[in-house]
Ligand binder design. Structure first.
Ligand code: ARG
Length: 462
């Protein structure tokens, strides 16, 4: 019989058992479920709600069940619907009447909310560790490339010269915010829902604060309806992971471009690229493409849950069982993407010469040529026009700005002198951009040092 079978004259159709059951996917919450039950049972004993001996029996049996699950000796049953009732059924089969007391003052509604919060907390920590690993790699590659000049782009057109270190550190900043968002989500997840009961709390004198403390929660939910019916902590996690994936995906897009024959800025290590079954010459950036592709799936997980939740009246509705697979999928996806992405970046070969060559073409120093005139008193708009004309002249004659003779410069404006060549050298263009946030070697080194301290000092809030 079902744990809730009392008011039913007939058993459920097997199709309903299959349809209704979540055990195929929520079994991964077994540890959270058991730890939550142990904390609940001990509190019931301490509060005198059930006999202390029964509480002890329950806790010992649950600990054994946990060990058995981990040893792989337990098979779950679709008939028992979900992880909560599977474990309770096993408990009762092992210790009888004492086991039947575990669910006193509790509902699966607050139980599942608890399990999910415990799961999300743990996964946030582990994802943050993986972000740290990527940041460490970015920092170490950046350290090697504070003098490596490449074109910075807007509209994917060469714009102004920057350094590869500066480019990488842009991603470092994004990842810092990603980690912050997760920390933020962690704080709001770190609230114990147990004690909310089915929806209207309970008449038993539960000590919610003691349970929160035992399970490492900061506080307890303030409203029982909210405690069981809210899944915004899952949505926040999915939103933070979606943004993180969006950042990785942009990075992937660049890696794919950079490894093309057209760019040749990097070469991926053989261990992190793949070949073609037909074209012998091919070396494909599959890893970067897959991470980019999987971004869509994490967005899908977010949109799926937002849509599931949007029309639900308070409090619990079975629709909410649909929260799990999306959350698990997003977490699994990120945990697969981050390590392989990190290793791909760590092992890629940076082709400094091609980067420099690309920065030398495309007139990335045109802004600096205009600024040179401005410093000599020419109004910026006039300077812009003069350099525009010079660029046109260069394009018509297949030249770059540094290949023009002084006479050619002076023909267009007498203000030019010998110093123009120094002013438009790529190193000068980069290093003159020496304000906080800029790409100069000095500024980027300072930023690397600051972020090294940030990584060293990163004391997890947990
Ligand atoms: N398996 C359910 C879920 O994941 C547990 C809660 C069920 N509660 C209920 N009243 N049917 O949402």
């Amino acid at each position: 019989m079902k744990l809730w079978g009392g008011r039913f004259a007939k058993s459920t159709d097997t199709k309903v058992d299959d349809f209704n059951s979540s055990i195929s996917f929520d079994q991964r919450l077994y540890k959270q479920d058991i730890l939550g039950s142990i904390a609940h049972a001990s509190m019931l004993g301490t509060q005198g709600i059930i006999p202390v001996q029964d509480a002890q029996l329950i806790c010992t049996a649950l600990t054994q069940i946990l060990a058995d699950i981990e040893a792989g000796t337990i098979t779950f049953d679709v008939f028992a619907e979900d992880i909560h009732m599977n474990i309770e059924t096993i408990l009762i089969s092992r210790i009888g009447d004492a086991g039947k007391k575990l669910h006193t003052g509790r509902s699966r509604n607050d139980q599942v909310a608890l399990d999910m919060r415990m799961y999300v907390k743990e996964e946030i920590k582990s994802i943050q560790g993986l972000i740290d690993d990527l940041q460490k790699v970015l920092l170490s590659v950046a350290k090697e490339h504070t003098k490596t000049i490449l074109p910075g782009y807007t509209h994917l057109q060469r714009a102004q010269p920057i350094t590869f270190a500066h480019h990488l550190m842009a991603y470092f900043e994004m990842l810092k915010r990603d980690e912050d968002r997760l920390t933020d989500a962690y704080h709001r997840t770190n609230v114990l829902p147990l004690g909310s009961g089915a929806l209207a709390a309970t008449t038993y004198p539960l000590d919610r604060t003691a349970v929160a403390k035992a399970l490492g929660f900061d506080s307890i939910t303030a409203n029982s309806l909210d405690g069981v019916s809210d899944r915004d902590f899952c949505i926040e996690l999915l939103a933070s992971l979606s943004i993180l994936m969006m950042h990785l995906s942009r990075f992937c897009e660049e890696i794919i471009l950079w490894s093309s024959h057209e760019f040749q800025f990097i070469e991926l290590d053989d261990a992190y690229s793949t070949g073609s079954s037909i074209m012998p010459q091919k070396k494909n950036p599959d890893i970067a493409e897959l991470v980019r592709g999987k971004t869509g799936r994490v967005y899908g997980d977010l949109l799926g849950l937002l849509t599931t939740m949007k029309g639900l009246p308070l409090a619990y509705n079975k629709d909410m069982q649909e929260d799990k697979e999306g959350v698990f999928d997003a977490v699994d996806t990120i945990k697969m993407c981050l390590p392989v992405f990190t290793a791909m970046v760590e092992t890629m070969k940076v082709k400094k010469e091609s980067m420099l060559k690309a920065a030398g073409g495309g007139f990335t120093n045109a802004t600096d040529a205009a600024d040179y005139l401005v410093k000599k008193g020419v109004p910026f708009r006039d300077a812009h026009e003069i350099i525009g004309k010079l660029v046109l002249y260069c394009i018509q004659n297949s030249l770059t700005l540094d290949q023009l003779s002084l006479k050619e410069y002076q023909d267009i404006s007498p203000v030019f002198d010998e110093n123009i060549y120094a002013a438009i050298s790529l190193e000068e263009c980069v290093n003159k951009r020496n304000i906080p946030g800029g790409p100069s070697e000095e500024m980027v080194l300072a930023c690397i040092q600051k972020n090294q301290r940030y990584l060293d000092a990163k004391n997890p809030i947990f």
